[in-house]
Design a protein around this ligand. Structure first.
Ligand SMILES: [Zn+2]
Length: 447
């Protein structure tokens, strides 16, 4: 394994690439290919990937060739879970790794151990080209030339800032390439910080605000409650967390601007992005997406199921039918002009669902709904520790309202059963995940 931390390596290579005109050219070529390619391209990418995996990935050698899997019977291939990846890490590596410009990356791991994967230069080109596609086609902006405020809080980025020897060169390069980016730390969101963030946005007047959904919701709530005025950007781009409807409504109202939500992850890159008509389009030239039932068979559009992702361009460690841990519903074609298929809804992480002893899955949204319009609660988390045990962590504003607490308990019992024990814990801050996310609902009960 390499000594260089993966994120430092990724950033350094990315910056280097952006500085060289040769590689900028390559991104343009990829981008053209995305726009002009035929509808059959996902299948041809899948066929090429399966062929490569059979020849170069020990884990897939026997598995694929002994069952003659190809792009037409693809959905019969066994799925790849996080634990399979951990147990077979070495067998999932390409035998050509050394020549592929590879690096290590790690998933967010918001509800468990982070997952390590290997990615390479070609994967990275596609990831960047896909994001560029999203900015240009859906947001109608040129990201490099657009002033941006980014409300973000990645643990690795923050650790990186403490590594002084990397800081100077990196910052100098960043200043050359991205003079218009202002980073605000979503890890620190005290009232004083929020005031400063409002000032920064009003001063910088960015065309684009990019943020975790939850962090921007918190900022919007602060602006509204304190009757402040805030600059309205041309575009808002949220990602990394489930954007719930009540969050969308408040953010769009306060900033007087439509949100373009984005769905992706560190281990697979860009998956889908929202168009001007509000539909999530699947970037099927970068990742193949399936929605499947409990037998891992594809479900019809409109039906909810588990999301499986196949990375089409990461030959160093192909993830084929990878269970990412989210659930969703495939949608109908969109009338915005884009032919890319749609996701009707990402219904949240599997762990966002609470499981009852009878085996019923309750959507996390059911629990968050019970906290709407409770003005005495600043932030909260509903945590299921056992089938019939729920802890509610909350930060009050003033005195808790006992009648409303009882009402919330009643609603939770209606879903989880009368025997369900609910405990309230008053805290100063609900603990964030290592990535700085605030999860409104979380379940430790295994499906
Ligand atoms: Zn659309």
């Amino acid at each position: 394994m390499m000594d260089i931390p993966s994120q430092v390596y990724v950033s350094a290579r990315k910056i280097y690439r952006k500085l060289t005109s040769k590689n900028l050219g390559l991104r343009e070529v990829l981008y053209e290919q995305i726009i002009n390619d035929s509808p059959a391209r996902t299948n041809s990418y899948l066929s090429a990937l399966l062929e490569y995996a059979t020849a170069h990935i020990p884990y897939y050698k026997n598995l694929i060739s002994s069952h003659s899997y190809n792009s037409s019977n693809f959905s019969e291939l066994p799925i790849l879970t996080k634990s399979i990846i951990r147990e077979n890490f070495d067998n999932l590596k390409s035998d050509e790794l050394a020549s592929r410009g590879y690096y290590f990356n790690s998933s967010g791991g918001s509800t468990g151990k982070p997952l390590q994967v290997i990615q390479d230069a070609e994967y990275e080109e596609w990831r960047e080209a896909t994001e560029l596609f999203f900015y240009r086609q859906f947001l109608d902006i040129e990201p490099v030339a657009t002033s941006q405020v980014i409300l973000w809080g990645s643990q690795t980025d923050i650790q990186q800032q403490t590594k002084k020897k990397n800081l100077t060169t990196r910052q100098k390069l960043l200043n050359i390439i991205q003079p218009q980016k202002t980073f605000l730390n979503s890890f620190k969101m005290t009232k004083k910080d929020l005031h400063e963030y409002v000032d920064a946005i009003n001063h910088k007047k960015p065309k684009l605000i990019k943020s975790y959904a939850g962090s921007l919701y918190q900022l919007a709530k602060f602006v509204k409650e304190n009757n402040l005025s805030i600059h309205s950007p041309k575009r808002i781009h949220t990602s990394a967390e489930t954007l719930r409807q009540f969050m969308r409504e408040l953010i769009e109202e306060v900033f007087n601007c439509k949100i373009y939500d984005f769905y992706g992850s560190r281990e697979v890159g860009a998956i889908a992005g929202e168009c001007a008509k509000g539909k999530m389009h699947i970037f099927n030239f970068n990742n193949h997406l399936e929605v499947v039932d409990k037998n891992n068979k594809p479900v019809q559009p409109g039906e909810e199921g588990r999301i499986l992702i196949t990375t089409l361009h990461n030959y160093s460690m192909p993830l084929i039918r990878y269970e990412i841990g989210d659930t969703g519903i495939l949608g109908k074609p969109c009338n915005c002009g884009s032919k890319l298929p749609t996701l009707e809804k990402i219904t949240g992480r599997v762990k966002d669902h609470f499981l009852t002893r009878e085996g019923t899955l309750i959507d996390g949204g059911y629990f968050t709904r019970q906290f709407y319009f409770r003005n005495w609660i600043d932030e909260f988390q509903v945590l299921q520790t056992e089938f019939e045990k729920i802890d509610i962590y909350y930060v009050p504003i003033g005195q808790p309202v006992e009648d409303e607490m009882a009402e919330i308990c009643d609603k939770i019992k209606q879903a989880m059963g009368e025997k369900c024990e609910i405990k309230w814990h008053q805290v100063e801050e609900v603990p964030r995940t290592p990535q700085g996310k605030l999860l409104y609902t979380r379940s430790l009960v295994e499906n």
